[in-house]
Write a protein that binds this ligand. Structure first.
Ligand SMILES: Nc1ncnc2c1ncn2[C@@H]1O[C@H](COP(=O)(O)OP(=O)(O)O)[C@@H](O)[C@H]1O
Ligand SMILES: [Mg+2]
Length: 376
């Protein structure tokens, strides 16, 4: 713990399930928990490093691969931080989420021991050495140790930034996976992963069009949604599980997608249109099942890369109740691209000062705890 709260300069580092880039943000965090993004960059993983991460996702990796990649990714994260340091100078500390390579929020019983688990890699000692900065990392473990799922963690920042604005918000992140935080005037903040975000869209655009994502949703807009296939995809049991819940690539895996594609329509653009509709529909449906019974929503605020997919946004609008306003974080001066980075700058700030920074109503933890580990 470091005494009275003061503004701090923090470089936050994050790479999500899309694995599209290491997002690095030079931020200033203030005692009132607001965060100003001074500059953000999307730092690309070197090609073979990224390919190797996807190999880890597929489970086609050895213990040696994981061991090696922990240090290699640490180096990549440090390089991303050093780009910002060369321009803006050293921050007070770095807050690093790391790269999730496995998230398993289920109790695995071995002998009499039953634990949930998660694994983010990107060795903090390497980041500290290469940047000369103190590093706060490994945020999810303490939540899991206290009975939670270790996710979603961004809810903490959403509550800080949107509570008290006088409306009932659904803050909807659409990254690889989609997660929502419900910040309501008269109900406690809660959140959960709604399911797929861009993972299946990216997979299909890569497979059928050789592109890593559907830029602006153009391919989806040229196709027709197959109602039959959509209905079939919506039957997945994840969408029926009560929150708290979180998911990842271990569930919505390449194998899962390939299996689903066996029943897909013929035209590739219809496939992309339908999986785009799936993300939109599962978001809207999750509100009907798990949000509206507790609180109404005036406004949905979308962030993450999915906010740039115009077709996805248009579909989401049609699936939401007519009175719901649909905005993006940009409308609140928060970058769509760097919101998660800003959230981790805040989480790191709280760790630095010893302020509990998980929200048990979002993660399912038994109590509020201070997340994160410090490397000097
Ligand atoms: N201009 C765009 N048009 C359509 N989709 C986009 C665009 N920009 C980003 N995306 C989507 O957003 C994804 C990245 O979102 P992001 O929020 O970084 O997710 P994650 O947190 O999982 O890394 C990309 O893989 C892509 O699918
Ligand atoms: Mg990303």
């Amino acid at each position: 713990m470091h005494g009275d709260l003061e503004p701090k300069k923090v470089i936050a580092l994050m790479s999500g399930t899309s694995c599209d880039s290491i997002d690095a943000g030079y931020c200033e965090v203030y005692p009132d928990k607001s965060v100003k993004l001074i500059h953000g960059i999307n730092y690309s993983y070197p090609e073979h490093v990224r390919a190797k991460i996807f190999q880890l996702f597929r489970g086609a990796a050895s213990i040696k691969d994981i061991c090696v990649m922990n240090f290699v990714i640490g180096k990549c994260f440090a390089e991303a931080a050093n780009v910002l340091i060369s321009e803006f100078g050293k921050p007070d500390f770095i807050s690093s989420h790391g790269q999730t390579i496995y998230h398993y929020p289920f109790d695995e019983k071995i002998d009499n021991i039953s634990m949930k688990s998660t694994l983010q890699i990107g060795e903090s000692a390497v980041i500290a050495k290469e940047t000369g900065c103190m590093v706060i990392s490994n945020f999810r473990e303490a939540d899991i140790a206290n009975g939670g799922q270790g996710a979603p963690l961004v809810c903490f920042a959403d509550e800080m930034w949107f509570k008290g604005k006088g409306k009932n918000f659904a803050i909807q992140n659409i990254g690889g996976i989609s997660n929502v935080t419900v910040v309501s005037r008269d109900y406690q903040t809660f959140g959960f992963d709604t399911g797929l975000g861009n993972i299946m869209i990216d997979y299909c655009t890569q497979k059928y069009f050789g592109k890593s994502y559907d830029n602006d949703g153009e391919i989806a807009s040229s196709g027709v949604v197959s109602d039959n296939w959509l209905e079939c995809l919506l039957q997945d049991e994840y969408y029926y599980i009560d929150p708290p819940k979180s998911t990842g690539r271990e569930y919505f895996s390449a194998e899962y997608i390939e299996n689903a594609l066996k029943y897909a329509p013929e035209k590739p653009e219809d496939i992309v249109a339908t999986v785009t509709a799936l993300t939109a529909k599962t978001i809207a449906q999750s509100y009907e099942r798990f949000v509206y019974p507790n609180t109404g929503i005036d406004e949905v605020v979308v962030c993450g890369g999915g906010a740039y997919n115009k077709t996805l946004m248009r579909m989401l609008k049609t699936y939401l109740p007519g009175h719901t306003a649909l905005k993006t974080c940009e409308d609140y001066n928060i970058s769509n691209n760097f919101k998660e980075v800003m959230a981790f700058a805040l989480l790191g700030y709280c760790t630095y000062y010893g302020i509990p920074n998980n929200l048990p109503c979002c993660t399912g933890a038994d109590k509020r705890v201070i997340l994160g580990k410090v490397t000097y």
